[in-house]
Design a protein around this ligand. Sequence first.
Ligand code: AKG
Length: 202
Amino acid sequence: MEPSPPSSSFLKDDTCLVPHAVSRDSARIALAWIKKLPDHAWSAVVQGRSKDRSRIKFSAQRFYNTAPSWDKRVPPELLVLGEEAVEAVRSRAPGAPWDNFEIDTLVLNRYSKGKGVAAHTDPDTWVPLVVGVTLYDNPEGGVVSAMRFTHDRDALTLPTPHRSAYVFHSRAYAEPAKHARKPCSRGLQGYVYSFTFRSYAA
Ligand SMILES: O=C(O)CCC(=O)C(=O)O
């Protein structure tokens, strides 16, 4: 019988980072769209991370907590960003379940200096594939935030520069794998925004 591959290969196989995955124009349009949001759009979390005003979700499905003001559909201006990223990353992650992936959910996070998201696993009611675009208020500021992936004792850090897209899928998505946004550098000016595009499965 073939020995199973070491778990250290899982993360390398099932994650990927593509620099410049979205165009300057799409990035500019998405950032301008976000800037027009009223501040209460960020603060309307009913439970959970309500204090840091860091998250908005666009989905017809419940993804962890919810808020009455959150839209059930992904706004077209931001869907374009997701579709462009999918186009750029698809051939770089051939083993991902693309056939089942049609963006219907966007989780948008914003991080200020020192902020991130602790290691966790996402719900198994979504297709086990996430495409994440990272944009910066100040791309020239010399600060690059990063995602951290773990699987048992294996770990991988992917720096996510402005306009990059990351993918994690399959074994990098499901338990016992976890992902986290590393706390952003204290030198960060403005926000780092993460747009994670997803597809509901169940
Ligand atoms: O910052 C990111 O790209 C990841 C966000 C995340 O893990 C989440 O919202 O569940």
